[in-house]
Ligand binder design. Sequence first.
Ligand SMILES: Cc1ncc(COP(=O)(O)O)c(C=O)c1O
Length: 382
Amino acid sequence: MTILYKELATKGVQGLTPYLPGKPIDELEREMGITGSVKLASNENPLGPSGAVQKELVKEISGLHLYPDGSAHKLRHRLAQEHTLDVDQITLGNGSNDVLELIARAFLTDQSSAVYSEYAFAVYPIVVQAIGAQANIAKAYAVNHDSMPYGHDLDAILKSVDSNTKVIFLANPNNPTGTWIEPAALHRFLSEVDKKIIVVLDEAYFEYMPECLKPDSVKWLTEFSNLVITRTFSKIHALAGLRVGYALSNSEIADLLNRVRQPFNVNTMAQVAACAALDDQQHVAQSIVVNTQGLKQLMIGFDELGLSYIPSIGNFISVDMKQMAAPIYNALLREGVIVRPVANYGLPNHLRITVGNQQQNERVLLALDTVLNESLNENEHD
Ligand SMILES: Cc1ncc(COP(=O)(O)O)c(C=O)c1O
């Protein structure tokens, strides 16, 4: 008898499309038999982890036979100090993806709905679908919108709320569009949402935002009891490989999230590295400088190539290839350059490119020039 295990899985899981990560460098080099490739596909920090973090990690190796501190006492206290909050307002995750899932598990059922925008971060549909909850997807601003093409339309998001809505996900800035929400508009939105609905404000790229666009979101926690802010050490702190992120919320919500959290979801190395990363603000400042310069370098390069892009304030930018982007993506791989196709986000003509260091940016621009010329020549010969 053949057993169809898919039929035994929950309805939500049956319908899931797994998350597609950026292609690892090792995999590309193995497949192509090349070396010296560049990965600008997962919004990682080109500076790598700070020297201070690396030193602290080495000290920790000899204690790895012991389980991590399940309550992550030091890191949670350090974060509480950082954000001037109580320790019991902090929930740690194995990356902020983990926290997003904890929120879905704590608040959604197959009877409820969650709202997020078109083009929003890919993990929202996954965590919602895994539970079997309904996804109400709000239309984003149109491509020709005056100020924020492809951006989250807060009015459309409000209109997508129904009587079963338990969670709203907002990414500010959003990935893969790099679009943002003005602080005043965000504050207005929060005051309009029913306090029974959890609003998840995903601030994975917060530190990259220009000061004038940063909302006072942490201060707003006292005003909006339903607000949950998520942050990560994967981006500006350059610790994507260690997996550590966190949520800030009122203590009652944090208590609920901590009930579904695996006891050792943040490992010893990640806890130590995160504390050291928070202490190294010079590395954060340097990362901002590298990103600002790199974003400018890429935009100038795209202009020269005649390519338009979605204005971004993150450490990545999505560029319009004016044709299906998949063949361009594959041709770039052959040049040893890994970027990110975003057709799965409904953007089949765009490629998302992470801001690298100066040489990496030069390399991607050069490879794009080569590949686009090749594709032009092929089309002329067709
Ligand atoms: C908007 C957004 N939120 C959350 C994450 C999750 O990051 P991590 O799980 O590494 O903290 C990402 C990663 O790319 C992201 O782009």
